[in-house]
Each structure stands twice: as C-alpha cells, then as structure tokens.
Design a protein around this ligand. Structure first.
Ligand SMILES: Cc1cc2nc3c(=O)[nH]c(=O)nc-3n(C[C@H](O)[C@H](O)[C@H](O)COP(=O)(O)O)c2cc1C
Length: 162
C-alpha cells in the first residue's frame, strides 16, 4: 500500500505536519513519502492515498499546490482518496476577534485547495486538517502534530482498502 504526502512549506511548519502524517501512515502499514510539490512527482503507480497541504499566506494558497491537483487529475487520479491540510495563524477563539480576522483565515489554503480538488472532480475528503502556528512563521502550536496523527487515523479508517 502506497501513500503520498505532498506539501509546500516556507518555514518548515507545513513540512513538519507532512512528515508527521507520513510517519503515521508508515505506522499504519503504508509505504509513505512526504514530498515537496516543487519536486518532480514521483512514480505514482500503486498510490492509493494522497495528502496535499500548504501554508495559508495572505489568505491564499501557492500555485504549485494547486497545480499538483491538476496534475493528479490529468494523470487519472480521480478515484484516489485525497486529504487536504494547511497551516495557518492561530485562529481566535473570541468571536469578535475571529470576525476581524475571518478573511485571513477562512477558507484558508485548506479551503481553497479543497474547493479546487472538488471542482476538478477529484475524490477529496470533506474534512480538512488545519494546524495553527504561533506568530507568522511558527512554531506550530502545541498538539498540532498529534492533531495531524489523529486526522490521519480517521482518514485512513474511512478509506482503507480491505
Ligand atoms: C507573508 C505571510 C503571510 C501570511 N498570511 C497569513 C494569512 O493570511 N492567514 C493565516 O492564517 N496565516 C498567515 N500567515 C502565517 C502562515 O500561515 C505561516 O507562516 C505558515 O503556516 C507557516 O508554514 P510554513 O512554515 O510551512 O511556511 C502568513 C505568513 C506570512 C509569512
């Protein structure tokens, strides 16, 4: 069983999440690799599961992370379950502060990637993983990597081929 974890990362936080997902996938019995979207796409034969994650910057997502979705579509990966994740600034819990910050947080890179994948007709998972970072450059908030492992478990539980 093969899984691919694609990511884009500027300061290393999204890479840390991608690595944690890949490690968890290995523990679950997958041959898994975390791969920067700027690299050439590896041999995708037998890949059963794909994760694609990116940082939210200026409320947007980078072009490479969107482009890789188009490549997956072009390569016929329309049935393969895809999970989307992002990193973002700390999401305010105070409703007033959240409203002030909303446009920078929602939909975020995860929401944009999710919509793009759905619009392409890819088999994208409804749930998205969002990991917050402290400040603009990180580090990840406490518990973020555990959240990534729990998300991975749930995604696999819902999509594992028996
Ligand atoms: C130029 C810049 C713009 C950013 N804009 C946003 C934003 O609009 N919304 C948000 O939640 N976080 C924003 N952030 C925080 C990023 O989400 C954070 O840097 C990123 O998650 C770190 O991931 P990375 O280490 O993988 O690059 C911004 C950070 C930078 C440096």
């Amino acid at each position: 069983m093969k899984a691919l974890v694609l990511y884009r990362s500027f300061y290393g936080n999204t890479k840390q999440v991608a690595d944690a997902i890949a490690e968890r996938l290995k523990e679950l019995g997958y041959e898994a690799e975390a791969r920067d979207v700027r690299q050439r796409l590896a041999d995708l034969r037998d890949v059963e599961i794909v994760f694609n994650g990116a940082p939210t910057r200026m409320a947007r997502v980078n072009r490479k992370s969107l482009g890789v979705l188009r490549k997956l579509k072009a390569m016929g990966f329309t049935q393969t379950p895809i999970a989307i994740f992002d990193t973002c600034a700390v999401i305010p819990t105070d409703p007033e502060k959240f409203e002030e910050a909303r446009k920078w947080i929602v939909p975020g890179a995860a929401g944009i990637l999710h919509k793009a994948a759905a619009d392409l007709g890819l088999n994208v998972c409804g749930e998205r993983l969002r990991c917050e970072v402290n400040g603009m450059k990180g580090p990840l908030v406490e518990g973020a990597l555990e959240k990534a492992r729990v998300f991975t478990d749930a995604f696999i539980a819902g999509n594992r081929k028996t």
